[in-house]
Design a protein around this ligand. Structure first.
Ligand SMILES: [Zn+2]
Ligand SMILES: [Zn+2]
Length: 179
């Protein structure tokens, strides 16, 4: 599939911030990782000229199906991502002071820029490494693999298991004896 482009013409951009709202389809997000993009991404781009180039802010929201890293359940979440970049003219030659906070610079040679790779990169870099279906997900029991729920006691004390087994055996014997 040919990759789409979302071209922003920079020469029309002045010092006053301009806003661009659009959606990006899951195919265009072209994310091929552990999770799935299950909706169009709603994107807001804010761009303004600066003395050295342009300042570009990307805010996005997209529904993603994650796999919980503790209980392995799938869950969906409206995932929000956002970042700012400085667009600078010319090529990166090193030695440029990047004292403008910790905003990353992208070097541009033309008066236009394809926003799609930037959106995709921000989205992917902000995906959680260990997603959780809920902040207090208790994960799976390491002994029996059952999903542990809050407020439900679930223990594997070896002795109590043996005792339980004893009770079950006794009950079974009684049942058998009745016959
Ligand atoms: Zn979970
Ligand atoms: Zn268990």
């Amino acid at each position: 599939m040919e990759r789409g482009e979302i071209v922003l013409l920079l020469k029309d951009i002045g010092y006053r911030p301009r806003h661009f709202k659009f959606t990006v389809s899951p195919e265009e997000m072209d994310y091929d990782g552990e999770y799935s993009v299950v909706s169009d991404a709603r994107i807001l781009v804010t761009v303004a000229r600066t003395d050295t180039g342009y300042r570009l802010k990307v805010e996005g929201e997209v529904r993603v199906r994650f796999v919980c890293s503790r209980c392995l359940d799938e869950y969906e979440e409206d995932f929000v991502f956002e970042d700012e970049n400085l667009l600078r003219r010319g090529r990166y030659e090193g030695g440029i002071s990047l004292k403008d906070e910790d905003v990353e610079s992208i070097f541009i040679e033309k008066d236009e820029i394809d926003l799609l790779p930037i959106i995709r990169e921000i989205f992917i870099s902000q995906l959680p490494i260990n997603p959780l279906c809920s902040p207090d997900c208790r994960g799976l029991c390491p002994v029996c693999g059952l999903k542990l729920e809050a407020g439900v006691t679930h223990e594997h004390d070896h002795r109590s298991d043996t005792r339980k087994l004893g009770v079950i055996l006794q009950a079974a014997l009684k049942e058998g004896g009745k016959k």
